[in-house]
Structures are given as structure tokens and as C-alpha cells.
Design a protein around this ligand. Structure first.
Ligand code: ADP
Ligand code: MG
Length: 252
């Protein structure tokens, strides 16, 4: 059987900038895969290409469950079972927490009879936001907004969940909690997860495999343990004064 997601010859130029360069990767059902890379490595662009927000250069192949995603609009791709979160949370301002999750379910193929209110309530319970259903999203803490993003992405009942720097701006306790939530969702639903980070430390216990990007190219793939020792990864981080495994720094 083919992999859940298969990508080859993926390229994206922005003018003269080759932001994604000959990327090939495949993700099996049930994996948690990490995409690692310094700022500007092309990680978010990769997600934008996978989800139809931008079109790749000619010659790419992107298949999901054996079916090509090329040329499909984002909502079509979402309907096929790929949900994403954004690096910067994008809640629907002016709506309650509960309404935000319901909106997440609307684009999916849930049956007409689905009780969206109950579904959204249940998801908010899973991400630890019970009691905040009626709160306007603007007043949520940053950590709670990240949880809401995940609840909203899960509302569409995805087969593949793409998380873009879910730990950014969180303290270490919140990172632990969110990691546990991701692991639970993965275990309970057999959900396949791809997670972007630029610090390897956050990956170590969560992902089974890491794909390291630098300047748009895949420079290494392997277990987190192998990746920390990979010369190309060390060069990409240490060589430029970045961190591979040091203490994470977090916004207050
Ligand atoms: N829409 C765009 N137009 C022009 N340049 C872009 C666009 N999106 C991203 N880039 C550039 O592509 C490179 C990769 O960006 P990005 O994928 O956001 O990196 P990452 O998520 O790994 O930090 C960066 O140099 C960025 O400035
Ligand atoms: Mg990014």
C-alpha cells in the first residue's frame, strides 16, 4: 500500500528565491513526523504547498491517499482530510471559543445530522478548554489560543494534521501539556501528524522521525537521536550560532 502522503520534485520560487528545493518526502499512516529547520528554511512554505494555499513550480507531485492534490483549492484539500494550524494563531475574532470550533467543522464532510455543538464541546474538553466555551476568543491566553487552534483543526476530522510551530511562545509546562495532547490525539484516533519546529529539543520525545530542511532542501532524515548528531544539521544550527539542543527560549 502506498504512503498516506507522497511528495516529489517539489519546488517553489518566489522571484529569485528558491524557497523549496527538490523536496521529496513520504509519510506513512499513523506516523508523527517532525519538520525541523532554521527560520526561513521553507517549512511554512512546504505546508502552504501541501494545503493548496500556494501552487508549486511545474513538475511537482503531491499525492494524498494515492490521489493528486495538485490544482486543488485549500477547502477541497481540507475536505480530503488534511487540517492545519497556523504559525500565528488565526482565530475568528468576534466569535466565541465554541463558535470558532464549530466553524472548523463546517468545511468537513460531517453528516447533516451531526450535532456540531456537542462535537465542539467534546473537542474543547479534549484540549482542556472546558468552561471557556462562551468566552470571546480575543481574551484567551496565548497558550489557550494554541489549544483552540488544535480543537478547530480536529473539528474537521482530519486524517493528517499539520501543526506549524505549535510550541512557539509557550513556557515549558505548556509545551509538556501540548505535547501530551498531541500524543493523545495521535493515539486515540490513529491520526497522522506532521509538526514543524525550529528547535530540536521540543521534538525529541514526541516525533518518531525528523525531516531536516535548510535553505529549502531536505538535508537529513532520521530518528531525533540520529538527527542531533547529523553533521549537516549541526552545521545548519551550530555553524550559524543557532541552537540544536540548548534550553529553549520562550517569550514571557
Ligand atoms: N509569499 C511569499 N513571497 C515571497 N517570499 C516568501 C513568501 N513566503 C515565504 N517567503 C520566503 O521564503 C523563505 C521561506 O519562508 P518560510 O517557509 O516562511 O520559512 P520557515 O517557515 O521555515 O521559517 C523565506 O526566505 C521567506 O521570506
Ligand atoms: Mg514558518
Amino acid at each position: 500500500m502506498s504512503a498516506l502522503l507522497e511528495v516529489s520534485d517539489l519546488n517553489k520560487h518566489f522571484g529569485g528565491l528558491h524557497a523549496v528545493k527538490n523536496v521529496a518526502l513520504s509519510v506513512e499512516r499513523g506516523e508523527i513526523v517532525g519538520v525541523l529547520g532554521p527560520n526561513g528554511a521553507g517549512k511554512t512554505t512546504l505546508y502552504n504547498l501541501l494545503t493548496g494555499f500556494i501552487a508549486p513550480d511545474a513538475g511537482a507531485r503531491i499525492t494524498f491517499e494515492g490521489r493528486s492534490l495538485l490544482g486543488l483549492a485549500p477547502h477541497r484539500i481540507a475536505r480530503l482530510g488534511i487540517s492545519r494550524t497556523f504559525q500565528l494563531c488565526r482565530p475568528f475574532v468576534g466569535m466565541s471559543v465554541l463558535e470558532n470550533v464549530i466553524v472548523g467543522a463546517l468545511g468537513s464532510e460531517l453528516g447533516r445530522g451531526t450535532d456540531l455543538d456537542a462535537l465542539a464541546q467534546a473537542l474543547l474538553g479534549r484540549v482542556g478548554l472546558t468552561g471557556k466555551e462562551q468566552v470571546p476568543v480575543e481574551v484567551l491566553s496565548y497558550g489557550d489560543q494554541r489549544r483552540l487552534e488544535i480543537a478547530r483543526a480536529l473539528a474537521a476530522k482530519p486524517k493528517l494534521l499539520l501543526l506549524d510551530e505549535p510550541f512557539a511562545g509557550l513556557g515549558s509546562g505548556e509545551i509538556e501539556d501540548l505535547s501530551m495532547l498531541i500524543r493523545q490525539v495521535h493515539a486515540d484516533e490513529g491520526l497522522t501528524v506532521i509538526l514543524i519546529e525550529h528547535k530540536l529539543r521540543e521534538f525529541m520525545r514526541l516525533v518518531g522521525r525528523v525531516i531536516a530542511l535548510d535553505f529549502g532542501e531536505v538535508i537529513a532524515q532520521g530518528s531525533p537521536e540520529d538527527i542531533v548528531r547529523h553533521p549537516a544539521v549541526i552545521e545548519a544550527y551550530i555553524g550559524r550560532g543557532n541552537e540544536v539542543e540548548t534550553e529553549p527560549t520562550h517569550a514571557a
